[in-house]
Write a protein that binds this ligand. Structure first.
Ligand SMILES: Nc1ncnc2c1ncn2[C@@H]1O[C@H](COP(=O)(O)OP(=O)(O)OP(=O)(O)O)[C@@H](O)[C@H]1O
Ligand SMILES: O=P(O)(O)OC[C@H]1O[C@H](OP(=O)(O)OP(=O)(O)O)[C@H](O)[C@@H]1O
Length: 231
């Protein structure tokens, strides 16, 4: 059976992902020309490579059209309900670190924790005539964290497709849930992370789609061992 590995074709994870495979002794060559979106692995005739964006990789892992992928844990957990049932995080790769966080305006001096935010959310309608609005592109992670983990039900998600950190200043939302690495974008927008507001510490992972056909497939185990040996 042919095993397909999906690797980032562009973006911030591309070069580090290639480097891991080099170190693992897995040499990838493009099929066709340099801009081709398919590749092969030297010496592994039953393996092929698909070059996709990091977000496409999490989707393809979810629907099982690829066997393995390198992508961010945040994209997998946001993209797939019941992620741990559908995929296995085989290795954490040590790059692409970023935290998904809850951030509120710095001037909310009395709000430092999720419990404080829960109080704000309860009072919000009485004070402002509407629910607390959260700007995010991570709606699944936000709902899990607010509703299931913290019992906060009174809020509204405003889907953000970019420049999420600008939403409180522009008035399109009150607070945000977004990714941060250095924290400089949050600071530039006068936002602060709640002390218990880290939803997920994400990094690039080597992820396997859980499939019946992988059981006892020696290539599957060899690939996992090779990638782990490069860390
Ligand atoms: N500063 C950062 N900002 C955004 N994402 C980051 C940052 N640092 C690491 N990452 C991680 O990088 C991954 C996203 O990478 P990238 O933006 O290249 O992919 P993509 O979403 O597929 O790209 P595109 O939006 O162009 O399709 C996520 O897993 C994210 O956690
Ligand atoms: O904590 P920081 O180091 O400031 O990084 C966080 C910012 O970086 C990303 O945006 P980016 O400008 O990379 O664009 P993108 O959202 O299109 O990836 C992300 O969406 C945040 O806005």
């Amino acid at each position: 059976m042919t095993i397909t590995i999906a690797l980032p074709s562009k973006g911030r994870m591309k070069d580090d992902a290639s480097a891991i495979f080099e170190r693992a002794g897995i040499r990838i060559t493009a099929v066709g020309n340099d801009r081709s979106y398919r590749g092969r692995v030297e010496g592994w005739d039953d393996v092929e490579v698909a070059f996709l964006s990091a977000s496409e990789i999490s989707r393809e892992l979810g629907n099982g059209t690829v066997d393995f992928g390198v992508t961010g844990e945040d994209l997998v957990r946001e993209g797939l309900a019941d992620a741990d049932k559908r995929v296995e995080f085989c290795a954490r790769l040590g790059f692409g670190h970023a935290n998904v966080v809850v951030a509120v305006p710095e001037i909310w001096l009395d709000v430092d924790t999720m419990a404080d935010l829960g109080d704000v959310a309860s009072d919000f309608r009485a004070r402002h005539g509407r629910r607390l609005a959260i700007a995010t592109k991570y709606w699944r992670l936000t709902q899990q964290f607010f509703s299931s983990q913290h019992g906060i039900q009174l809020y509204r998600i405003v889907e953000s497709l970019g420049a999420t950190e600008g939403a409180p200043a522009s008035g399109s939302a009150d607070i945000i849930v977004d990714i941060t690495s250095t924290g400089s974008t949050l600071r530039a927008n006068n936002l602060k992370i709640l002390s218990d507001g880290v939803i997920l510490r994400s990094e690039a992972c080597f992820v396997r789609a859980r499939k019946e056909s992988h059981v006892n497939d020696p290539t599957v185990q060899r690939l996992v061992d090779a990638v782990r040996s490069a860390l």
